[in-house]
Design a protein around this ligand. Sequence first.
Ligand SMILES: C[S@@+](CC[C@H](N)C(=O)[O-])C[C@H]1O[C@@H](n2cnc3c(N)ncnc32)[C@H](O)[C@@H]1O
Length: 205
Amino acid sequence: MDFFDRLAKDFDLEPLRVELASKVGDSMIQVLSPATERQIMDYGAGTGLLTFKIQPYAASITAVDTSPNMLEVLREKIAQNRVPNIQTLLWNVETDPLLSYSFDAIIGSMVMHHIGDTQNALNRFHAMIVDGGRILLADLDPEEGDFHPPDIIPHHQGFDRDVFGNCLARAGFVDIQFSTAYVIQKPTAAGIVKEYPVFLAVAQK
Ligand SMILES: C[S@@+](CC[C@H](N)C(=O)[O-])C[C@H]1O[C@@H](n2cnc3c(N)ncnc32)[C@H](O)[C@@H]1O
């Protein structure tokens, strides 16, 4: 079973994840335009920590993930809270056909480092955003390989902002801006508390 499928039921029990999604959500809310950015995709939504934070500002959010168990937890939360404007979708930007509809904005937090071909994913996100729409992606700055537990190996140990920005530009995005959304503080397996800055990249189609 996939790492996130195994983790799904306990994902929200880790306060650090809740705090991170909340802070990333705050930084996105400062940037999003609720009047025009109505239809949103949250890619790598997991249990919906970020989705729920953004939901009051959107007409509709499609929460997309490749883990059936993470989406199952999210669906339980949607039902418990009777939230009418979040839909879930099991879909993989790397392998599945492009969706036939477009979004005003695609957002995502802490998912890009789990995707092998960054450029291909950004190209495909670009194709599913309306003209003038935006992409908002939060992820780790470069880290030394000690952010994740040993039972999960991410495709990327964070991203250099210049390199990531160039990928966004090659995909066709313009007005590319970076800020620091949050700085995670957590102990490594060796027990040393380290800081892991998280950037927010915002760009327009
Ligand atoms: C660290 S969690 C972040 C979840 C959520 N964005 C949040 O901030 O709480 C990463 C999520 O990305 C999903 N994921 C991993 N690889 C993926 C891929 N290639 N495509 C879509 N989702 C993926 C995992 O299943 C997991 O739900």
